[in-house]
Ligand binder design. Structure first.
Ligand code: NAD
Length: 326
């Protein structure tokens, strides 16, 4: 019997369907919260959430496929997986709507000062008003126009916002058709009332939004990060929030998670924070669960799984007799 190690906390938590899919295909499932360097030994497949998967862990194991429960693969040593011939699959689009809805929720919360109003009334019993903003006619700058960025744009356009996009890898003509405007990053930062980040974390995007970029933003502007903490220089952002260089921020993701107690964001009254819950809806979780389970089942049935991110491995799989998906 093949053994699957589940490291993603929400895999099979709200529905039995993904577990049944694996069990009915002859897999034995084991669940762990954390693993050390030898922790992957004895498993043929792993379902990974946000845990770090290192070269050493992979080398010490007989893992043949890594199914990422989500799309951000910055926690997995992709180079090592590729060298070892291990396909790493992701679950694209499974959570795009959920993350986009959280982003729009943040835009409403920031512009209407919902959290302050609620805290004043609920915690302090103070029936005080606070003047908010209308979103209609405001400018939203989207950095990274993939699955999530597009879903955010669609919703923002419905609200009557003007949408600017910075994504060097997307054709301008595709953007015009959708009713959004392509722009260089600096100009987008200068013009936007809200800037929302939707890029993957990699060597090109680490600290993409640093001190200098933040200084280009309007004093009345808000920054929203539902991508990865490392995309922003958190120290520079906390300073900008404290000094009033920008109006506020909403953050779902952090460089170090869980957020350490000494994080400078705890001293910023103009920040809204959530504990990395962008993809945490029943609908998105079930979609991610099923896509991850299907990747593993397909792989052991001799099919090249869908959504392999380290594409170089595919040639090796074909050489071994794996068949493409129809
Ligand atoms: P995606 O791959 O569909 O889109 C990413 C987009 O970023 C692509 O269009 C790409 O061209 C663009 N991009 C890459 N490098 C860029 C750069 N240097 N500058 C500007 N654009 C660049 O991914 P997605 O599904 O939209 O997800 C985006 C990110 O959101 C993920 O990588 C992940 O880290 C994060 N995410 C967070 C949560 C959460 O729970 N908060 C959930 C899902 C995804």
């Amino acid at each position: 019997m093949k053994r699957v190690l589940v490291l993603a906390r929400t895999f099979g938590k709200y529905s039995n369907e993904p577990l049944a899919l694996l069990q009915n295909n002859g897999f034995e499932i084991e669940r762990r919260e954390k693993v050390d360097a030898d922790g992957l030994k004895g498993f043929e497949a792993i379902v990974v959430g946000v845990q770090r998967i290192t070269r050493e862990m992979l080398q010490n194991s007989s893992v043949k496929i890594i199914a990422k429960h989500g799309v951000g693969v910055d926690n997995i040593d992709l180079e090592a997986a590729t060298e070892l011939g291990i396909p790493v699959t992701v679950t694209p689009n499974a959570n795009a709507v959920s993350v986009a809805e959280l982003t729009i929720g943040f835009i409403f919360a920031l512009s209407k000062k919902l959290i302050d109003l609620h805290n004043n009334l609920y915690q302090k019993r103070q029936f005080v008003s606070n003047v908010g903003l209308e979103l209609h006619g405001k400018i939203l700058g989207i950095v990274g126009f993939g699955s999530i960025g597009k879903e955010v744009a669609k919703r923002a356009l419905c609200l009557g916002m003007r949408v600017l996009v910075y994504d060097p890898y997307v054709e301008e003509s595709n953007l015009r058709e959708l009713g959004v405007e392509k722009m260089e990053l600096d100009e987008l930062l200068r013009q936007s009332d809200f800037v929302s980040l939707h890029v993957p974390l990699n060597e090109n995007t680490r600290h993409l939004i640093g001190r200098e970029k933040i200084s280009l933003m309007k004093r009345t502007a808000y920054l929203i990060n539902t991508a990865r903490g490392g995309v922003v220089d958190e120290k520079a952002l906390a300073e900008a929030l404290k000094s009033g260089q920008i109006a506020g921020a909403a953050l779902d993701v952090f460089d170090v998670e869980p957020l350490p107690a000494d994080s400078p964001f705890f001293d910023c009254p103009n920040v809204i924070m959530t504990p990395h819950v962008g993809a945490h809806t029943y609908e998105a979780i079930l979609r991610m669960n099923m896509m991850a389970a299907e990747s593993i089942v397909d792989f052991f049935n001799g099919k090249i799984p869908k959504h392999v991110v380290n594409r170089d491995v595919i040639t090796k799989l074909i050489e071994k007799g794996f068949s493409p998906q129809s």
